[in-house]
Design a protein around this ligand. Sequence first.
Ligand code: GLA
Length: 387
Amino acid sequence: MNLKQIEITFSEQFPTAKNPIMVSAPGRVNLIGEHTDYNDGFVLPMAIDAKIVLMGAKRQDTTVNLYSMDYQALDSFTMDNIEHTQENSWSNYIRGVCSMYIEAGYSLSGMDVVLQGNVPQGAGLSSSAALEIGTALLLKELNQLEVPAVEMVKLAQKAENEFVGVNCGIMDQFISMLGEQDNCLLIDCRSLDYQLVPVPFSSANSSVVVVDSGVKRGLVDSEYNLRRSQCEQAVYELKKELPKITSLRDVGIDSLDFINQLPEDLAKRARHVVTENNRVIESVKALKNGELEKFGTLMYQSHASLRDDYEVSCKELDLLVELAQKIPGTIGSRMTGAGFGGCTVSIVKNEHLDLFKEKVSREYQEQTGIEPRIFVFNASKGAHKVF
Ligand code: GLA
């Protein structure tokens, strides 16, 4: 992305604006720990080197002027009365975060903002969380507010839940805020404690490869909400045997016998969450010990569990994992994100990267008619001020 071009556009759009600043917030790929965040469980995402950049200056009034370079569109609203817009849907993420800050009691001046992003949209790489977190940081900096990082994460998630209307968990906003270069992040989604875990991929001459299936995540909203309520129902049923639990996070793999006695769909959902939490903890150990093969096996197991028990994969994602698994240099592969389309994530030996790209691309296209987009991402720094 060309930061100079953003500066030029900013001075063209807002020639009289004073003391502009620039912030940047990344998208993410989840390495393992899928559909565990809203069950108070564990996740292990990494921030990627695709991001959203916002350049903004404070105004003396309460007007907000936004210019999206990607959509070449202007949008305006006022901090006094923030409403949802049909016209510029991208603006709702920004409006939502402003609205949550105000609701939380912070006072905000107006601002002039130019934004541009290169996180692929609609692919499950959290371009919306990046925009929310970028906005949260911009507001904090421009208004000189004291807001701790995890508080910004919560406000951004609340914007997505209550303003945009998507009932997501906390993972995407968390990693966009707190990611670090060369690390992934173990997040305990109950306590919100987190721990950086160095990724051993580059020292093992391997890379994180993300393949976009090109399938738009059609059913995602309704099916996502259905999974959430099935998990709650499973907890309700399991409480009869395990009265102390309040979420699936409290259920260990030693309770699988109880889970298997639930009605079949609840048993499957609960089995995924409980085994997936366990796989995250095992993955952290494996990565810390540099046991990449073991991590790869856990990734394949995670995919099978999402496909068979949680039932959020689709035939295109399954095909991508199968094709990846056939390449000699693939260490592990799985669907990543909410599912029903979007991307897979694979760990691939660098010497086999070209073969991976060539074969997966060709065979996927032959079988589906869709040309997949393939990205190699590095673990990157979370949201920060550029200047
Ligand atoms: C989406 C949500 C996250 C998480 C994942 C599934 O990305 O935004 O909160 O639930 O799905 O792991």
